[in-house]
Design a protein around this ligand. Structure first.
Ligand code: MG
Length: 221
């Protein structure tokens, strides 16, 4: 399926070669600083998990506990390897709202057993993006309100300034490992308040200056 998001006066076709996720990139209020990871925790999500705005997140049969995670999505504009943090913003196209949907029961078991996160993060429909892309020159992403409601009730509400590893540090780190390609998406981690999604729920995720990404929730038939 082809996803197109408004970007200025045009439509941008969302076709990443990879979606890079950050684990544990915000501390909860009152959480000790020592809990912050020393190095970014990086994982991959498959591009097949993408959906656009106003679609449906499907809870798979394999999970009993699917959680929402609202995140700032960074979209890469040009190819880069070993990008120094001072040059990181030269490689960014823009920003969007991203949901890193996660099977919490599966990831908890994976962490306990030292297994990869691929299954917990990789189901179809587990990476909604939208409602549009805002160009990097139109938005300073360093301190924006980021939030999520389920059925009108606020579950997550924070600011992007809470990120442990900032966007430029993340790009420097990730590009020291893998070449970033045009269209690649970085999910920069979620603030506190992640919780359960149920069939019939309506999710509204927002970031100040970008807009509201709205999705329904259903179960795998
Ligand atoms: Mg996440």
């Amino acid at each position: 399926m082809v996803i197109k998001l408004p970007f200025g006066d045009t439509l941008y076709e969302v076709k990443p070669t990879k979606i890079i996720g950050l684990g544990k990139n915000y501390l909860a209020p009152n959480e000790p600083k020592e809990n912050a990871p020393k190095e970014p925790i990086v994982f991959l999500k498959p591009p097949s998990s993408l959906i656009g705005p106003d679609e449906t997140v499907i809870i798979p049969k394999k999970s009993k506990e699917v959680h929402h995670e609202v995140e700032l999505g960074v979209i890469i504009e040009k190819r880069g390897k070993n990008i120094p943090r001072e040059k990181a913003f030269d490689y960014i196209l823009g920003y969007t709202v991203l949901l890193d949907i996660t099977a919490r029961d599966i990831i908890s078991e994976a962490i306990k057993r030292g297994l990869p996160w691929t299954v917990a993060k990789g189901f179809d429909t587990f990476t909604p993006v939208g409602p549009r892309i805002v160009g990097k020159d139109e938005l300073d992403p360093s301190d924006l309100e980021i939030g999520l409601k389920v059925n009108g009730k606020v579950r997550q509400l924070s600011r992007t300034s809470g990120m442990i590893f900032k966007i430029d540090e993340i790009i420097e780190y990730v590009s020291s490992i893998m070449t970033l390609e045009p269209g690649d998406i970085i999910a920069t981690g979620t603030p506190e308040g992640v919780d359960l999604l149920k069939p019939g729920d309506v999710v509204e995720a927002w970031i100040e200056g970008i807009g509201v990404l709205k999705e329904r929730v259903d179960v795998e038939k």
